[in-house]
Write a protein that binds this ligand. Structure first.
Ligand code: ASP
Ligand code: MG
Length: 458
């Protein structure tokens, strides 16, 4: 069996769904378990509906829901299945998903929606897309079983950003998938969605469909996991900022995970872990260019040392705590990180000296509480409008001239912090945000645009 995951843009409308279905059809002999995201932008709208509901704007929330309903009904209509008996069933499924949504919006009587209800409402996107694709596949003659991901992807109770329970998932998945496959050509299920042990609805956090695919792949011992997206695999840099980027043919699990953590948006950062546990190859492919080579993510023994890609986080803050008494007091680090943990703020980079600790955090996080508490243990400053750039690759630390070439590429820029990952996978630094794009382009020129380019790129 293989797992094929399709992201929002690969299932945005009837035309992209048809393209996706053709890709699946070409692999039926490998018994695909298809995992889909919600149609493009639908999850954003569902979060908006919840936000409007919180503000008491129920009419506006319901209007947004009605527009979503129209969009999904329109996709079904575009498949021209009027004569097929299954049309009534898909219409009914869509109607019931929206009536549940309306009920959740209307019936909370001024109270805030519970986290479980929020998760249920937000999961509508994947329920809709997976049901519509199953309908369209069957219409095309591909016998397809729709399967509820909540039976398989068992998680803890953290409704909106749950952690999977690997043992629970592994225990039942094979049996459930094999049963679904009985007399069928394909099985389709939802990304992003899970359930707690007691059956409460949960979600794996934004962008979590990649993670679902990998969890399911691990649990059924898939031969491969394919992540179908709308770009040609993982690239040497973000093509929206850097010209002349190249596709990367092969990456190790560790490199791909590091890139995702360091800001590359092509994969959810936790995706590689389950695949790596079972040594299952992961391919990042483009559904708009199905014949393309994409990127293979494999065991590190198949990967050469060296720089693979340059990633960035565009808007970060640098927090520094300075305390003269730090040098002879023990437990200062502990105190500082306890404060971050208490406020649920996650730290990216870290560097320290005798008298200070410097960390970076993404600007989307609210750091007011952290800063107030840090002031009690030392003088604390927050630098805004910074960007973080990471050079990622296996054993890059052994590369001759890495530092001199890197710093030459940014000779006129201020560097606020340097951090070398302890796994020798990344060299990261913090710069002023307005200079980021220029530095990325210079670094790309230095490492990827020289004559005799490397054979790992296209
Ligand atoms: N639909 C979800 C999101 O937009 C999950 C995903 O697409 O991966 O975050
Ligand atoms: Mg995604």
């Amino acid at each position: 069996m293989i797992v094929m995951k399709f992201g929002g843009t690969s299932v945005a409308d009837a035309a992209s769904m048809s393209r996706t279905i053709s890709i699946v059809e070409s692999k039926l002999s490998q018994r695909p378990v298809v995992v889909v995201s919600a149609c493009a932008k639908v999850t954003d709208t569902l979060y908006e509906i919840i936000e409007l509901d919180h503000q008491g704007k129920k009419e506006e929330a319901l209007e947004l829901a009605a527009a979503l309903r129209k969009r999904h009904e329109g996709i079904v209509a575009d498949f021209n299945g009027e004569k097929d008996a299954s049309l009534a069933a898909i219409k009914e499924t869509i109607a019931s998903i929206f009536s549940r949504m309306e009920k959740l919006v209307k019936d909370n009587n001024g109270k805030l929606m519970s986290l479980a209800d929020k998760a249920l409402l937000i999961s509508s996107g994947e329920y809709l897309s997976s049901n519509i694709i199953a309908y369209a596949m069957n219409l095309k003659g591909i016998k397809t079983q729709w399967m509820d991901a909540r039976q398989i992807v068992i998680t803890n109770n953290d409704n909106l950003k749950a952690s999977p329970l690997m043992d629970e998932i592994s225990k039942n998945a094979k049996g459930i998938v094999n049963k679904a496959y009985k007399n069928m050509d394909a099985v389709i299920t939802q990304g992003f969605i899970g359930a707690s042990v007691t059956g409460e609805p949960t979600l794996l956090g934004r962008g979590g469909s990649d993670y679902s695919a990998s969890l399911i792949g691990m649990a059924i011992d898939a031969d491969r996991i394919e992540i179908w997206t709308d770009v040609d695999g993982v690239r040497t840099a973000d093509p929206r900022i850097v010209n002349n980027t190249r596709g990367i043919k092969k990456l190790s699990y560790e490199e791909a995970a590091e890139l995702a953590r360091m800001g590359a948006k092509v994969l959810h950062p936790l995706t590689l872990e389950p695949a790596q546990m079972k040594n299952i190859p992961v391919y990042v492919l483009n559904s708009m260019n199905a014949g393309g080579e994409g990127t293979a993510i494999l065991n590190r023994s198949c990967i050469f040392d060296g720089i693979k890609s340059i990633s960035y986080k565009e808007n970060i803050r640098v927090i520094t705590v300075y305390s003269l008494s730090m040098s002879d007091a023990s437990g200062f680090m502990h105190q500082v990180f306890e404060i971050f943990s208490k406020h649920n703020v996650s730290v990216d980079l870290l560097s320290s000296s005798e008298a200070s600790i410097t960390t970076t955090v993404e600007a989307t996080q609210d750091v007011a509480g952290v800063v107030a508490d840090l002031q009690k243990v030392g003088t604390t400053t927050v630098d805004r409008d910074k960007a973080q750039i990471s050079i990622v690759g296996k054993n890059i630390i052994g590369l001759r001239g890495l530092l001199s070439e890197t710093f030459n590429a940014m000779i006129d820029s201020k560097i606020y912090m340097i951090s070398q990952g302890s796994t020798f996978l990344n060299l990261s630094f913090v710069v002023d945000r307005p200079e980021m794009a220029e530095i990325l382009r210079n670094l790309h020129k230095t490492f990827f645009e020289k004559e005799n380019g490397n054979e790992n790129t296209d």
